[in-house]
Design a protein around this ligand. Structure first.
Ligand code: TTP
Length: 358
């Protein structure tokens, strides 16, 4: 059973502009092209949405709907930078991240050990950190698959969070309007309405053959979604730069023995996970990360020189941990251990082999 979180920032570009200029906070604003130059709205804040200002609306029309509206030109570099900061926060909880756009991502936290594996608590913590560290709000949906996680993140927007637990899926989809299915737009909604289908529950009653006849391949996908089934994986495509395991503790860790034993647990897990990718990646550094009670964090790392023994020698990591702890006389909230990696160049090797065989 998967645990998927879908994160979506609230009125992203507009919220960033409000953060940068608090005088805009309570006014209707939008980010987009100028109305004199036939621009369109990229997004509007919630104050402007009350007037019907929406994404993709021509800016001139938006000005008619809301004469007070301030339209701000987009600053993509800034939004991109913040998107990277979102990602850095997500990465503290999982490396299985699939970004959908600058402000939206799926996270697969099925194997995450944070908060006892509770996806709901992880999502809460992510939202808290975004709020505190970036002064922005994101909404989160938690569910056993991507389809439902995305519906859930929209359920309680803005600044909301909604969980669909595995046992609630059947009841939830039964009442869910088909129009909330991602990919079911106006046309499909109307087509379905003509068949008497308004909710996913209605859709469940339509024989699969009918759906395939009317909607082609998408018909069988619709049938799955109607039952809340979706087995698409969270796709992470980037080359890894590191592998790490970390844990936030319900109670701060203080004395050395407790810290060392927590570190041992992390290393055991790191070893298992690194084992799966050891063929492709070579460790170049080892590191330990510590977050203190006051939420400040520090990372101490060292390069592998001449290597003897294991990549994951406990004594080496203990030494790093002791060094990192000395930076503050505070108890520890989060502990992490990891390896910085370089690809082993397997692609080149394969090519070489090809040439030799050819
Ligand atoms: P969305 O996530 O679709 O919307 P949003 O973040 O503005 O608002 P919310 O999710 O709270 O309803 O889009 C993300 C960003 O992408 C948005 O801030 C601006 C940009 N965008 C466009 O440029 N054009 C568009 O048509 C849409 C929908 C979004």
């Amino acid at each position: 059973m998967r645990k998927i979180i879908h994160i979506d920032a609230d009125a992203f570009y507009a919220s960033v502009e409000m953060r940068e200029n608090p005088a805009l906070r309570d006014q209707p604003i939008a980010v987009g092209g100028s109305s004199e130059r036939r621009g369109v709205i990229a997004t509007a804040n919630y104050a402007a949405r009350q007037f019907g200002v929406r994404s993709a609306l021509p800016s001139a029309r938006a000005k008619q709907l809301c004469p007070e509206l301030q339209i701000i030109p987009p600053r993509f570099d800034l939004y991109r930078r913040i998107s990277g900061q979102f990602r850095d926060i997500f990465a503290d909880f999982t490396d299985r991240i699939e970004p959908l756009s600058l402000d939206e991502a799926y996270l697969d936290v099925s194997d995450s050990v944070h908060f006892g594996g509770s996806a709901t608590l992880i999502a809460q913590e992510i939202r808290r950190r975004v709020r505190e560290e970036l002064a922005l709000t994101v909404s989160a949906g938690v569910a056993p698959n991507k389809f439902l996680a995305k519906v859930a993140s929209d359920w309680d927007k803005p600044d909301g969070q909604f969980t669909i637990a595995p046992g609630q899926v059947a009841d939830f989809v039964y009442a869910l309007p088909v129009s909330r299915i991602n990919g079911v737009g106006k046309v499909t909604t109307e087509k379905l309405a003509k068949m008497g289908v308004i909710t996913c529950g209605d859709l469940q009653d339509v024989p699969l053959t009918d759906l395939v006849r009317r909607f082609g391949k998408y018909g069988s996908r619709l049938a799955d979604l109607a039952h809340g089934r979706d087995d698409r994986e969270v796709k992470t495509s980037r080359l890894r730069k590191s592998i790490s395991v970390e844990r936030t503790y319900a109670q701060d860790l203080g004395d050395e023995a407790t810290l060392f034993s927590a570190l041992d647990d992390l290393l055991a897990e790191l070893s298992e996970r690194f084992g799966k990718i050891e063929q492709q990646y070579l460790p170049v550094k080892r590191f330990v990360k510590v977050k203190f009670r006051d939420f400040t964090q520090t990372t101490l790392e060292e390069a592998y020189e001449e290597r003897g023994g294991s990549w994951l020698a406990v004594a080496d990591f203990r030494r790093l941990l002791t060094g990192a702890r000395q930076r503050k006389p505070l108890t520890v909230r989060l502990l992490g251990a990891g390896l910085r990696l370089e690809p082993r160049g397997g692609d080149n090797l394969d090519q070489l082999n090809l040439f030799q065989e050819g």
